[in-house]
Design a protein. Structure first.
Length: 253
């Protein structure tokens, strides 16, 4: 159930019954020449909605812009500083908690958001609001290993497959070769073990990491289904926990 699609009378019922609120958080950033700028927020939203269909969790309006400054050299990329993202999601979680729903999962679709979301979750816990960060690709490593033939963590086979499953009309298949020709084999650039690739442009000419060519909608469906299943399972665990078990542990004696 999407909060933004119901009125306040129904919202009262849903807020009190849902048990867990899902906040999709993504980005509006380059994903190579072949994928839409909204890849990450569309993915986070799709996973949250699929999990909601399984367990009845309340889906909050998607946060579409995240911490993406490292993609700034590519046209169309938007970003906010990490502390702005942190404070923004804290505000949303506090608003939801004021209506009686104090368990929130940040459904994260962009790696660059993770630090800010984790900082928000720690701060909220001190307020008695229990927020957790669900990073979908971390939750299903075995499925990714089975489904994804090649590597590439950004705009490669995995993300291209997901977008083919969500919105195939937005994928520019004729630009796969262009993406692959300038892609990096892996994320980042290191010298003697030190990360020196602060911006994506430091190591990828096209913004892609990996070859998107093997991507298929069927692979994307498998990934989305697995991610939604794991998110639903986590929400079931979270909703069943007594509040005392979620609070910070006491000081040592």
């Amino acid at each position: 159930m999407d909060l933004s699609r119901i009125g306040w009378v129904e919202a009262k019922e849903r807020l009190l019954q849902a048990g867990v609120a899902l906040l999709p958080v993504g980005s509006t950033e380059q994903h190579g020449p072949h994928l839409p700028l909204g890849t990450d927020w569309m993915t986070a939203e799709a996973i949250a909605r699929r999990a909601s269909e399984r367990g009845g969790w309340l889906v909050l309006p998607t946060v579409p812009v995240g911490a993406s400054e490292h993609h700034r050299q590519f046209w169309g990329t938007l970003w906010v500083p990490p502390d702005v993202l942190r404070d923004y999601v804290i505000g949303i979680a506090r608003a939801v908690a004021s209506h009686g729903l104090s368990r929130v999962v940040f459904v994260n679709g962009h790696g660059g958001n993770t630090g800010a979301l984790e900082a928000a979750a720690r701060a909220l816990r001190r307020d008695g609001i229990f927020a957790y960060v669900y990073v979908w690709w971390r939750a299903i490593p075995e499925v990714i290993a089975e489904v994804v033939e090649g590597g590439g963590s950004h705009a490669g086979e995995m993300e291209t497959s997901v977008v083919l499953a969500i919105a195939p009309e937005l994928v520019r298949r004729e630009r796969y070769q262009e993406a692959a020709a300038g892609a990096a084999p892996e994320w980042g650039k290191r010298v003697h073990g030190v990360e020196v690739g602060y911006d994506t442009r430091d190591f990828s000419a096209t913004g892609a990491v990996g070859d998107p060519t093997p991507a298929t909608a069927a692979k994307g469906e498998r990934l989305l289904a697995a991610a939604a299943e794991e998110l639903d399972a986590f929400c079931r665990w979270l909703s069943a926990q007594p509040e005392d078990a979620l609070r910070p542990p006491p000081h040592l004696p």
